[in-house]
Every structure is written in structure tokens, then in C-alpha cells.
Design a protein around this ligand. Structure first.
Ligand SMILES: [Zn+2]
Ligand SMILES: [Zn+2]
Length: 133
């Protein structure tokens, strides 16, 4: 098992895991999670009613900046947050239910040539999930 977001944050030296940051990380525990900021907010509020929208949003941004959380912009939809940074994976959007699913498919980056340097890629597959197939 790869360490979860919460475990990675706990291992981060010098990072103060406040109650609010912890709640945001706890909402993002699990497999195949691709929550929007509003979904994270409503689940965080259920655990810690006094948490504010601004705190949830800035905490998400902070985790992204730390490289601990992936921010996905799939297909011009609202951004989703994915805590599973390792191993790298791609995504399938189900054309029936609109769900977002992880696709474990390691595609080697092409040789970009001309001194271009590829740092990351995001492949979006379209198809049907197990429930809809
Ligand atoms: Zn589906
Ligand atoms: Zn994912």
C-alpha cells in the first residue's frame, strides 16, 4: 500500500497539521477519489462544523502546491482533487454516469525533441465504468 495523503502529511517535516488541515486530509482518504472543492467542503463541514469555505479552499491549494494532491481539470469540468499521487495514473470518464475512475496505465512520455521537457501528462479516456458497462 502506498501511504495515504494524511500519512504523507504526517511525515512532512516541519508541517503543522492543524485540526482543519487534518479534516481536509481525512476527507481525501481512499481509493478512486476525485472530489470537487465543494464536495470536500461539505464532507469537511460534517466532521468539523466550524471549518470555513476559505480554509478548505486554501488548504486544498496548499496540498496541491506541496505536491501532495493532484488537481485535475478534466474536460473543462469543475476541478477535482485526487489524493493518489503514486503510482501515476490516468483517468476514465464514464459516458453514462459521468463518474471519474483511475486507470492504471503507465504510458511512457514521448521524446518531445527540440529541447522540450515533459514533466507530466494527463490522459483522459472515455468509456463506461463497471457499473454502467
Ligand atoms: Zn458509470
Ligand atoms: Zn485518480
Amino acid at each position: 500500500m502506498h501511504p495515504t495523503l494524511l500519512e504523507r502529511l504526517q511525515q512532512q517535516r516541519g508541517y503543522r497539521l492543524t485540526a482543519q488541515r487534518r479534516v481536509v486530509a481525512q476527507v481525501l482518504e481512499g481509493e478512486n477519489l476525485h472530489l470537487t472543492a465543494d464536495e470536500v467542503l461539505s464532507q469537511a463541514e460534517a466532521m468539523l462544523p466550524e471549518i470555513s469555505r476559505a480554509t478548505v479552499y486554501s488548504t486544498l491549494q496548499q496540498f496541491v502546491d506541496m505536491g501532495q494532491l493532484l488537481e485535475l481539470s478534466l474536460d473543462g469540468r469543475s476541478r477535482r482533487y485526487d489524493p493518489n499521487i503514486d503510482p501515476p495514473h490516468h483517468h476514465l470518464i464514464c459516458t453514462e454516469c459521468d463518474g471519474v475512475f483511475d486507470v492504471a496505465h503507465n504510458v511512457a512520455a514521448p521524446d518531445a525533441g527540440d529541447g522540450l521537457e515533459i514533466e507530466s501528462a494527463q490522459i483522459i479516456y472515455r468509456g463506461r465504468c463497471t457499473d454502467c458497462a
